[in-house]
Design a protein. Structure first.
Length: 435
C-alpha cells in the first residue's frame, strides 16, 4: 500500500511539474505579448491579444532546440512509453508537430495553473463565506437560507476537487498523445526500416561467410579426427596424416577468420586480387586428404575479379563439403572452367543409398545451398541442384561481370533451378544446414 501511494505521488508530481513548466513559459509569453502590443497600440480587444499569443507559441515551437527540450521533458515527466524521436535533419512534418505540441503544452499548463491558483482558491473563499455567513471579498451574494448555504458548500467542494485533480486527466492525455505528436513520422519509419534491413543484410552476409568458411573447415576437422581415432592403433601413419590435415585446416580457418575480422574492422583491401587456382587446389587437396575421391578439372585464367573469385571458391567448397558429408561412396567429379563470358561450375557426386526425395510442396535445402543461391543471384547467374538418377549434381553459372543485382539477403528467384532441369533437392540437401 505504501509503495502504491509513493508511486502515485511521484506520478502526480511529475505531471504537475510538466504542467507548471508549460504554465511558466505560457504566462511569460502572454505577458510579453501583452506588454509589446499595448506599448504600441492601446485599447486592443482581448481576442487580438489571444490570437497573437497563440501565434507566438507556435513560433516558439519552430525555434531550433524546442523539440529536444519537449522530448526530454516528455520522457522524464510524462513517462511516455511510445518512441520519441529527435531527427538529425528535421522536416516540415517535424516542425509542424513540434509547434502543435508546444502550443498544447503551454495551453494545458496554463489551464492547470488557472484551476489551482484561481478556481481552487475562489471555491474555498466562497465556501468559507457560505459557512461564516459574511462576505470576505469574493463578490458572490451570500446564501439566503441554510439549505442554500449547504448546497453552495457542496458545489464549492466539488469544484475545488475538480480543480485540484485537473493535472491528472490532462497529464494522462498528454502522455498518450506524446507518441503521436513527438513520435516518428512515416518518413522516419521508412528510414528506420531501411536501416534495419541494411543491418539484417550485413548480419546475413557475415553468417554466410562464417558458415562457408569456418563451418566447412570444422566439417573437415571433424571427419579427419574421426578417421584418425579409428586407425590410431592399427595405422599410426594414417593417424599422423589425419592430424596433419587437421592442423592445416585449422590454420587455414584461423587465417580466414582473421580476414573476416579485418573486414569488420574496415581495414581489409577488398580490391586486392586473389589467386583463384591455388585456392581451389587447396580446397580440393584438403578434401582429398580427408578421404574424398575427387577428380578435379580447374581451367580458369588469372585475373578474375576478387568477388567473383571468392564466390567460385565458396561454391566449390560447399559442393565438396556436402559430397563429403552426405554423399555415397565413389568418385566426385568437379569441373570449373570458362565458357566465353561465363564461369561454369559443376560438381557430380554419388547419391547416398536410401536418400529420399522431399515431399511435394516442402522447401528443401539448408543454409549451405541457400548461401550458394544468394551468391549466384548477386551476379545474376543461375544454379541448379538436385538428383539425377543415382548422382547428385550441382551446376552454377556466373557471368564474368561486375555484380549489379540486389544485395543477397535471402534466396532469390534468379538463383532457383529452372523448371524441367533437375528434380528438387533430396533430404541429404536439407542436412547441409549442419555443415
Amino acid at each position: 500500500m505504501q509503495a502504491t501511494t509513493r508511486h502515485l505521488v511521484r506520478y502526480l508530481a511529475r505531471r504537475f511539474a510538466w504542467h507548471m513548466l508549460g504554465a511558466a513559459i505560457g504566462l511569460a509569453l502572454v505577458l510579453l505579448v501583452y506588454s509589446l502590443l499595448f506599448s504600441v497600440v492601446t485599447g486592443l480587444p482581448a481576442g487580438v491579444v489571444a490570437v497573437v499569443a497563440v501565434a507566438a507559441a507556435v513560433g516558439l515551437g519552430l525555434v531550433p532546440g524546442a523539440r529536444e527540450l519537449e522530448v526530454t521533458a516528455a520522457r522524464a515527466l510524462l513517462d511516455a512509453d511510445a518512441e520519441l524521436v529527435v531527427p538529425a535533419r528535421p522536416r516540415l512534418a517535424h516542425r509542424v508537430r513540434t509547434a502543435g505540441w508546444v502550443l498544447l503544452h503551454l495551453a494545458t499548463g496554463m489551464l492547470v495553473a488557472v484551476c489551482l491558483f484561481a478556481v481552487l482558491p475562489g471555491a474555498v473563499l466562497i465556501g468559507v463565506e457560505a459557512v461564516a455567513g459574511r462576505p470576505f471579498g469574493s463578490g458572490v451574494p451570500l446564501p439566503d437560507s441554510a439549505p442554500e448555504a449547504a448546497l453552495r458548500l457542496v458545489a464549492c467542494a466539488v469544484v475545488g476537487l475538480l480543480a485540484l485533480a485537473a493535472t491528472w486527466p490532462l497529464g494522462a492525455a498528454a502522455s498518450a498523445l506524446a507518441g503521436r505528436v513527438l513520435g516518428p513520422t512515416p518518413h522516419d519509419r521508412m528510414e528506420t526500416a531501411l536501416a534495419r534491413a541494411g543491418r539484417e543484410a550485413e548480419h546475413t552476409r557475415l553468417a554466410r561467410e562464417l558458415h562457408d568458411g569456418i563451418g566447412h573447415a570444422l566439417t573437415v576437422v571433424s571427419v579427419q579426427a574421426a578417421a584418425g581415432r579409428r586407425v590410431i592403433a592399427a595405422n599410426p601413419d594414417a593417424a599422423a596424416e589425419a592430424l596433419a590435415a587437421i592442423e592445416d585446416t585449422a590454420r587455414s580457418a584461423l587465417a580466414e577468420l582473421d580476414q573476416l575480422l579485418a573486414v569488420l574492422r574496415d581495414d581489409a583491401d577488398d580490391a586486392a586480387p586473389l589467386a583463384l587456382a591455388p585456392a581451389l587446389d587447396d580446397v580440393v587437396s584438403a578434401h582429398r586428404r580427408a578421404g574424398l575421391d575427387v577428380s578435379a578439372r580447374i581451367d580458369l585464367p588469372a585475373g578474375l575479379p576478387a568477388l567473383l573469385s571468392r564466390t567460385v571458391q565458396r561454391i566449390v567448397t560447399e559442393a565438396l563439403t556436402n559430397a563429403h558429408r552426405h554423399g555415397g561412396p565413389g568418385p566426385v567429379r568437379l569441373t570449373v572452367g570458362q565458357d566465353g563470358d561465363r564461369v561454369l561450375i559443376e560438381a557430380v557426386s554419388p547419391l547416398r543409398a536410401g536418400a529420399r526425395l522431399p515431399r511435394p510442396g516442402r522447401a528443401s535445402g539448408g543454409r549451405g545451398l541457400s548461401g550458394v543461391r544468394e551468391r549466384v543471384a548477386l551476379f545474376g547467374g543461375t544454379v541448379e541442384a538436385g538428383s539425377d538418377g543415382d548422382r547428385w549434381v550441382l551446376r552454377a553459372t556466373l557471368p564474368w561481370t561486375t555484380p549489379t543485382g540486389p544485395s543477397p539477403t535471402g534466396p532469390s528467384p534468379t538463383g532457383s533451378a529452372p523448371a524441367g532441369t533437375l528434380p528438387p533437392e533430396t533430404s541429404a540437401d536439407r542436412k547441409d544446414s549442419d555443415a
